[in-house]
Design a protein. Structure first.
Ligand code: PAF
Length: 293
């Protein structure tokens, strides 16, 4: 596996790959890789000639009271895992090379960044889109792979890429879950055993909402109530948001008259956990329900 830290060296290598007609698959991450990230890397390696991983804990996407300082940094383990998943190249930049002195540019996407996490984490998405735009300009990937666990981020990056005509195909990949249904996330490691057991309430809430929709409920209020009941039973969980939204615009829906997305953020102990799942109207062909043990 070839490792780059200097953006200029990466840009030169990427130009060479393109000249040779090699397709570049890119997986941007903040490291602390888990099975979710590895599924993206495996897909990049299967579909492209170059499977490039970036590992960079981006300070601009953390608020002042958030977990930037404590965010898990596990580069040695990450490199070993990435190699095992077929990664060919890794970019590990420093703050000084991503945001050199005088850096004054911010890339923002309007609309999609305003609801949900945008309300709870002001400035977060501007940090994400600024760094992703910078990485995409450097690498010019053919395909970039993002997990659906960060569903709003995925939609925002699709918008960014389309609006700026970056020419990269943004590939959304399914959420990878633990055996009990908890969506894999680097922040799961903040949970103590009691909180880890409680955290399963997010996927159970989605499953409950999917069940009432499959049984014919079409009022958002009813579908959300089914999820709320599950979350309310868990004393360690505090809902940040729980919404039934249009999967593309992320605007709240009052009725389930088309396929929708249930999307939620829940604080469990020190970790703010995200999850989401499809909610289908009863009369349309149902997608796979979340299978829980
Ligand atoms: O999803 C993440 O890990 C980050 O938000 C990303 C896309 C790598 C940007 O820092």
């Amino acid at each position: 596996m070839q490792q780059f830290s200097d953006p200029d060296h990466l840009r030169t290598a990427a130009r060479g790959w393109r000249r040779e007609g090699r397709r570049i698959g890119f997986v941007p991450t903040m490291g602390n890789l888990h099975e979710g990230h590895l599924s993206l890397l495996r897909r990049a390696a299967a579909e492209c000639d170059v499977a490039l991983l970036s590992v960079y804990v981006n300070p601009k996407q953390f608020g002042p009271q958030e977990d930037f300082a404590n965010y898990p940094r596990t580069l040695a383990e990450d490199l070993a895992l990435a190699a095992s998943a077929g990664c060919s190249d890794v970019f590990v930049p420093t703050d000084a090379t991503i945001y050199p002195p005088g850096f004054a540019t911010s890339v923002t996407v309007a609309g999609l960044t305003e609801p949900l996490c945008g309300r709870s984490r002001p400035g977060h998405f501007a940090g994400v889109t600024t760094v992703v735009a910078k990485l995409f300009c450097l690498v010019v990937p053919d395909r970039a792979y993002f997990g659906e666990k960060d569903y709003q981020q995925l939609q925002v990056i699709r918008r960014l890429t389309a609006d700026l005509g970056l020419g990269t195909e943004v590939v959304g990949c399914p959420i990878v879950r633990e055996a009990d249904g908890l969506a894999m996330s680097s922040r799961n490691r903040y949970l103590n055993p009691a909180e880890r057991a409680a955290a399963v309430c997010l996927s159970r809430a989605i499953a409950a909402a999917q069940r009432v929709a499959a049984d014919g409920a079409d009022a958002a209020e009813t579908i959300l109530a089914a999820a709320q009941i599950v979350l309310a039973r868990q004393p360690l969980a505090r809902i940040d948001y729980l919404e039934l939204v249009n999967p593309e615009t992320l605007q709240p829906l009052a009725r389930l008259d088309r396929p929708a997305r249930l999307i939620l953020a829940v604080q469990v102990g020190p970790a703010r956990l995200l999850d989401n799942g499809p909610i289908e109207p009863a009369e349309s062909k149902p997608g796979p329900l979340l299978s829980l043990s």
